[in-house]
Write a protein that binds this ligand. Structure first.
Ligand code: C2E
Ligand code: CA
Ligand code: CA
Ligand code: CA
Length: 277
């Protein structure tokens, strides 16, 4: 009996049990939240660097938890992906954001919407039909939708990604490569993927002030130009960065210097103020 007890003690680790228990509760909470409609889409302006007016937005998901408050995507997206919830959550974000962007068209024709795609969404064989359905239901012109994916998402299966992105493009939507420049093999894949826009990662923008940093940002912009891709600089936090990017002829940018991500209502107000200028 003594030996048996020892064996049990070795197998049963209270700390590990508590961790597994807490994870199980969080997973259940996440599933519950999806049914309860606790997710929100916030929108961060993308500005034209010349006039600094808002030409579009990036949709960014948040979890508005009844007890824990507003939870950023970094705190739940990996778990949602591993639980297989991202196709559903991502599909909801896409439809919600397209419906909102279609409403913004009335006062702001041509206003663009960027939406992030996860690995599981890209791997979903129904993705193209799903996007087509959302465009039909919401009435958003396909040319105003930009689907963003990171290189790591695209590289899960490069050949298959190229095929799916090509099929998406036949709908009339555009494709952006997110966090551009942070992957190890950006250059070798640029030719293989039908990409229209590159989002220059904030690490390059923020390194511009430091010595060689400016030439790195310049080189990344030069690559975009060579491949005829429209660059959007991310993470612009001050006026110096904005003016350096202007000098480097980067047309569009996004970052706290211009505006933080905000609820749809605040973006509607921002557009109204902009129209009144
Ligand atoms: P991302 O796609 O690179 O989005 C940009 C992130 O940078 C956002 O963080 C945004 O709030 C933040 N940001 C914007 N301007 C600045 C700035 O000037 N400085 C700094 N330091 N950060 C800035 P957020 O909203 O927390 O999203 C984090 C990531 O979560 C996103 O990175 C994206 O990869 C993912 N994500 C967000 N929403 C979705 C979604 O609906 N679907 C998927 N698949 N991923 C999403
Ligand atoms: Ca993005
Ligand atoms: Ca990014
Ligand atoms: Ca990122």
């Amino acid at each position: 009996a003594k030996a048996e007890g020892k064996g049990l003690a070795r197998r049963f680790d209270p700390a590990q049990f508590a961790a597994a228990e807490s994870r199980r509760r969080e997973e259940a909470d996440l599933r519950r939240a999806l049914d309860a409609g606790e997710f929100e889409v916030h929108y961060q302006p993308i500005v034209d660097l010349e006039g600094e007016h808002t030409v579009g937005v990036e949709a960014l998901v948040r979890w508005n938890h009844p007890e824990r408050g507003m939870i950023p995507p970094i705190a739940f997206l990996d778990m949602a992906e591993s639980l297989g919830l991202l196709p559903r959550l991502g599909g909801w974000v896409l439809e919600e954001a397209c419906r909102q962007a279609a409403a913004w068209q009335e006062q702001n024709p041509g206003f663009e919407l960027n939406v992030n795609l996860s690995a599981s969404q890209l791997g979903n064989p129904d993705l193209v039909e799903e996007v087509r359905g959302v465009l039909d239901r919401t009435g958003l012109p396909p040319s105003l939708l930009v689907l963003e994916l990171t290189e790591s998402v695209a590289l899960v299966d490069l050949v298959e990604s190229a095929r799916v992105l090509g099929a998406l493009k036949t709908l009339g939507v555009r494709i952006a490569l997110d966090d551009f420049g942070t992957g190890f093999s950006s250059l070798s894949h640029l030719g293989a993927l039908p990409v229209d826009v590159v989002k220059i990662d904030k690490s390059f923008v923020q390194a511009m002030q430091e010595g060689s940093g400016a030439s790195v940002a310049e080189a990344v912009l030069q690559i975009a130009r060579t491949f005829k891709l429209a660059p959007v600089a991310e993470g612009v936090e001050d006026a110096t960065q904005a003016s350096r990017l202007r000098e480097l002829e980067c047309a569009q940018a996004q970052g706290y210097h211009f505006a933080r991500p905000m609820p749809a209502g605040d973006l509607t107000d921002l557009l109204a103020r902009q129209a009144a200028l």
